[in-house]
Design a protein around this ligand. Structure first.
Ligand code: YZS
Length: 261
């Protein structure tokens, strides 16, 4: 694979995002490989997947969606069958725990990926930002639910409205991270936890994971009309001048000028 490194170690697999020159941005190429890597893990009866990212000089775990690949308007940028969304479904549907191991900053869709993982362990260089408001993107319903489920309504609003990175200590306090470990101990500690999980019944672990998934999804019961209204509201954003402006400003390395239309 070009962008993902796979290491299989008995029942534990380590998948490493490996495109440091692009700050491990979630390009379609990288995401498709990650999906393929999870399928390889299933075929090899892997119980625990550790998700890591190759370190880079910018200290970025992943810069999120590759902004150059976002559609330029008139199309939902985060729809159900887009690669990143498919990846999130695959992580949720994987038969055992997928554990994120984080050093450095995590942005946008990569932060959603982290929230979708079953557990997150990190060191004190980590930070977590969800940035659609900064770029002018209407976020999708499931993505917003991932954040509400993990950090609660108030903190999710703070993360989305400010788009500011949440530092490691706060992230541990808010429950984004299960545990912070010292930088040098992070890998060994997480591997020990993975080994412990592998000693338990894989069938029970897998079914419990599925139950957590269904139970967290059933928190919201929404009448169809409300769901359609949300789709309409999101469309207003991705059909707007401001949607194009956010993406173009990023590409042109300038501050966006939003008109609110
Ligand atoms: O100038 P070159 O060609 O070297 O490219 C620069 C950046 O343009 C590029 N780059 C990206 N390219 C595509 N997609 C990205 N997400 C992305 N991020 C960065 O990488 C080269 C190095 O970036 P610099 O800015 O020079 O590096 P640095 O000063 O260390 O800053 C690193 C960060 C990560 C802080 C900075 O690049 C940044 O703010 N990037 C955007 C992070 C972000 O907001 N990601 C969210 C993308 N959106 C999503 O995932 C969702 C769709 S949403 O927006 O809804 O949350």
């Amino acid at each position: 694979m070009d962008f993902v490194n796979i290491q299989l170690n008995d029942k534990i697999a380590t998948l490493t995002l490996s495109n440091p020159s692009k700050l491990n941005a979630l390009s379609k190429g990288l995401v498709d490989e990650l999906i393929q890597a999870l399928q390889i893990c299933s075929e090899n009866k892997i119980i625990v997947v550790l998700l890591k990212a190759k370190e880079n000089k910018n200290n970025v775990w992943s810069a999120g969606h590759d902004i150059h690949e976002l559609p330029e308007g008139r199309r939902d940028p985060l729809s159900f069958f887009d690669a990143i969304e498919v990846l999130l479904h695959e992580v949720q549907g994987f038969s055992g725990p997928v554990i994120a191991v984080v050093r450095g900053s995590v942005w946008g869709a990569a932060c959603d990926l982290i929230m979708t993982c079953d557990m997150v362990f990190a060191d004190n260089t980590s930070s977590f930002a969800i940035t659609p408001a900064k770029i002018g993107i209407p976020y999708n319903v499931t993505g917003i639910m991932h954040f509400i489920n993990r950090v609660g309504l108030n903190r999710a609003k703070e993360m989305f409205f400010t788009a500011n990175p949440v530092d490691a200590e706060t992230a541990e306090d808010w429950g984004i991270i299960n545990h912070l470990f010292p930088k040098d101990e992070l890998d060994d500690k997480v591997f020990e936890i993975a080994k412990q999980i592998c000693q338990n019944s894989p069938l029970a672990v897998g079914v419990i994971k599925e139950q957590f998934h269904y139970l967290s999804e059933t928190c919201v019961s929404m009448p169809p009309v409300l769901f359609e209204r949300i789709s309409g509201l999101r469309r207003k954003v991705y059909d707007s001048h401001d949607y194009l402006e956010g993406i173009r400003a990023f590409k042109e390395k300038r501050k966006p000028t939003y008109l609110g239309e």
